[in-house]
Design a protein around this ligand. Structure first.
Ligand code: SAM
Length: 282
């Protein structure tokens, strides 16, 4: 049974990191006229009303997007991200776009979206938000299997965003297994994997990255943001993005962006960021 619902976490620091990276990659893909596709293996509902009961429960967005939105004119490097959020809101920040909604706003007429979601209710929410967009195909299915079935996609350029909830420990293995197979089917795709950094007793990100390091991927870039010290037990103090086949210049963009995000989103003076090539392309 799937219990994770993204509305409880929408717009938090992890969403900001993930969606900033997603936006930067999509904008790079748009620098060529040629069409591309955006595949989202764990799409979620697509758009979140931050004034709703679930986002208000812990109000995680207050330490995420709400810290940046009033300062957006000082962040021209995220202009496309602000444009998407602006189309959903009038003066106040109320609606926050999920990853498929961000892609939908940024993609052009010639581009395609392929979205997968397994949860019976989330898929309906996603269909309501995005279903009428003729560039999109929405699949109610397991995103790991679905991705492999859809590769290689047409058009052949593009980005896969993989954002599982890691409710199940198997997710840590499945991301690696799936990405290895995906690279065999579509070696030139860009793959962006989100993962949480949890308290010391629960965290699996270090061991997962160690496996990725020796998995033979020709290009693997890691971008992490921890907004506070890692707790001993439970809790998520940060998150990371592992990008396979990162477009050129992304590491330069992140070198500037990550320290700024770290300062703006810090919840203690032990906040930190990291940008590292696990495998650097020739
Ligand atoms: C972290 S949320 C996605 C958030 C979304 N990517 C965003 O950034 O707005 C993870 C989603 O994956 C869905 N999910 C869980 N297991 C799945 C699976 N095996 N295949 C596809 N979707 C799954 C959950 O229902 C949830 O909506």
């Amino acid at each position: 049974m799937l219990s994770y619902r993204h509305a409880f976490h929408a717009g938090n620091h992890a969403d900001v990191l993930k969606h900033a990276v997603e936006t930067l990659i999509i904008e790079q893909l748009k620098s060529k006229e040629k069409p591309f596709c955006y595949l989202d293996t764990h799409a979620g509902g697509g758009c979140y009303d931050l004034s709703g009961e679930w986002p208000q429960k812990k109000a995680e967005y207050l330490d995420g997007i709400a810290r940046l939105w009033p300062e957006r004119q000082h962040w021209p490097e995220l202009a496309a991200y602000w444009d998407v959020i602006a189309t959903l809101n009038e003066s106040e920040l109320r609606f926050y776009p999920g990853s498929p909604e961000i892609a939908r706003h940024l993609l052009r007429e010639q581009d395609k979206l392929m979205l997968m979601e397994l949860h019976n209710q989330e898929i309906e929410i996603l269909r309501r938000h995005i279903g009428s967009d003729s560039r999109s195909a929405i699949h109610h299915r397991d995103g790991f299997e679905g991705l492999l079935a859809l590769l290689p996609p047409t058009p052949r350029r593009g980005l896969v965003l993989m954002d599982p909830p890691y409710e199940l420990k198997e997710d840590y293995q499945r991301v690696l297994q799936t990405l290895k197979k995906a690279m065999q089917k579509w070696a030139t795709g860009i793959y962006a994997l989100w993962y949480p950094i949890l308290g010391k007793d629960a965290d699996r990100s270090r061991s997962m990255l160690e496996l990725f390091k020796y998995a033979g991927f020709p290009s693997a870039l890691v971008a992490e943001l921890e907004v506070a010290a890692q707790p001993d037990e439970w809790g998520m103090n940060g998150s990371g993005m592992l990008i396979l086949n990162a477009p050129w210049q992304l590491d330069g963009q992140l070198t500037t962006l990550l320290p700024r995000l770290c300062t703006q989103l810090a919840q203690s003076n032990e906040a930190r960021w990291r940008l590292e090539w696990l495998a650097k392309p020739e």
